[in-house]
Design a protein around this ligand. Structure first.
Ligand code: HPA
Length: 274
């Protein structure tokens, strides 16, 4: 799907009509485990994806998709509740569309979280990981298609997609809160099937520490248009073939629930410091 600049502007204009003079500084795209943080936003203004032109909608039942604008930890935020995935049938440009719209509305930073499988054998289910880099081997890119120089260069540098200063701030916060924080490389896999054990061995030999089905399109898009990105992964399970047991969505959801407290403390304190 190729979007025009005008389509991004139309979406931003529609949202701005609900916001008055409020301009978000930080966009939070939170995996299902943390999306409840959206409900803790103060003075919230809620805008449903269905009411925004060109926005696609999450297909998971019970996840209508909405943006919540307001204040969290004293920062002006937009929280995206309900993200889009490629396995739902969307391409990367559709998944990342809201990021550019939020950039037009003023957001300068992105915090992104997800759940993923642990590929690194030193990691354990329930650990938190700072994302320092990623690997995407599939051909799609959110920047594919007609050049829109208003957002950024045609061939953007990708050396520091995950902002080194924000990464250091996250390490400092984790140490202060005494929350153990792993760090490593997130590998994007399109799903929806989990990986095979052979794929996981290949992914490990490629240099990845975690594997998941989200985040990468949004991060590429955000960094391209000048946003500083901070990303965290909840390692919800050991990746396929490591333990002698099948993977299940329930395991992923249960891990999110079990880590909710430490994960939210870490993310909220980082937000406060950004
Ligand atoms: N693989 C891919 N995506 C995931 C996993 C996994 O093991 N766990 C949570 N999301």
């Amino acid at each position: 799907m190729d979007f025009t600049l005008m389509q991004y502007i139309e979406s931003a204009t529609a949202i701005r009509a609900s916001l008055g003079s409020f301009a978000p500084e930080i966009l939070l795209i939170l995996g299902s485990g943390l999306s409840w943080l959206g409900d803790t936003v103060e003075d919230p203004v809620k805008v449903h994806f269905a009411d925004i032109p060109h926005f696609r909608r999450p297909t998971a039942p019970g996840h209508p998709g909405r943006l919540i604008f307001g204040t969290l930890q004293g920062r002006r935020v937009a929280v995206m509740q309900g993200r889009l995935h490629r396995y739902e049938g969307y391409d990367f440009a559709e998944i990342a569309f809201p990021v550019r719209v939020l950039r037009l509305l003023g957001a300068e930073k992105l915090i992104v979280t997800n759940a993923a499988g642990a590929v690194n054998l030193d990691f354990q289910a329930g650990d938190l990981m700072l994302i320092t880099d990623h690997i995407k081997l599939i051909g799609d890119s959110p920047l594919r298609g007609p050049d829109l120089p208003e957002f950024g260069p045609r061939f953007p540098d990708a050396t520091h997609l995950y902002d080194p200063d924000l990464c250091q701030a996250a390490r400092d916060v984790a140490a202060e809160l005494e929350i153990p924080l792993r760090e490593g490389v997130y590998m994007y896999m399109p799903g929806p099937q989990y990986e095979t054990p052979a794929e996981i061995r290949a992914i490990r030999s490629l240099g990845a520490d975690a594997v998941g089905m989200s985040t990468v399109p949004e991060v590429i898009t955000a960094a391209h248009c000048g946003m500083r990105v901070l990303g965290f992964t909840l390692l919800s399970n050991m990746a396929a073939g490591i333990l002698d047991q099948p993977l299940s969505e329930q395991e992923v959801l249960d891990a999110g629930e079990a880590c909710r407290e430490k994960f939210s403390r870490l993310v909220l304190r980082c937000l406060e410091r950004m």
